[in-house]
Design a binder for this molecule. Sequence first.
Ligand code: PAF
Length: 291
Amino acid sequence: MQRATTIAQIRTYVAEARAAGKSVGFVPTMGALHVGHVSLIEAAVRRCDYVVVSIFVNPTQFCPGEDFERYPRPFERDVELCERHGAHAIFAPSPVEMYPRKSLTWVTVEKLTEPLCGRSRPGHFRGVTTVCTKLFNIVGADVAFFGQKDAQQATVIRRMAADLNMPLEIVVCPTVREPDGLAVSSRNQYLSPQERQEAPVIYRALRRCAEMLDSGRRNAAEIARAMNEILSQVPSLQVEYVSIVDAETLEPVDQVRGRILVAVAGRLGSTRLIDNIVVDIRATEGIMAPR
Ligand code: PAF
């Protein structure tokens, strides 16, 4: 596996792959890789001839007071995981390589970045869209792979790529869950043993939603109420939102119809957890989305 820390190096590697007629896949990450990332790398390896994984804890997407400093950085373990799962190159730039000067140029997606996580993380999505644009420009992949767990991020990136005619396809892969339903996340390692036991309550609330939809209930307020009741079984969970929104526009709906995103965010101690399901009321199989 090739390792690049500079933009020039990764461009050379990708140019060589292209010259050999290979298609290029890209998995952007902030490291601390887990089975969710592995599923993205494997999807990329199945689809593309040459796969680049970036490992970069992007400072511009952390808000003041967030966990930028303490974000886990198990670099050698990450490299080993990329290699084991078939990645062809990693791109692990330094902050100075990515941001050599104070940036005067930002990429902002309007509207979609305002609700849900946008409310409590001002500037977060601007950091994500800007770094993804830079990474897309640097790597020059045909396809980039994102996880459904970060549903709003995936929607925002898809829209950005379409609005700006970016010459790459965005593929969104299913959320990977622990056996008890907790969505895997690099931040789960912050949870204390007690919090780890409590965290699957979010999945149970999403399942309750799926069950209600399965039994024909369509009223969003009623479903959100039932979900909140389940979430209240863990008093230490500070619920940030339970939102039932159109999967494309992220606007709230009164009645569940078409493709809908049901998203939850909350804090257990110092750990912020998010999870979601996407349901499609026209395709009944889609309703039981969490597994
Ligand atoms: O999802 C993430 O890990 C990050 O937001 C991303 C896409 C790598 C950009 O820094």
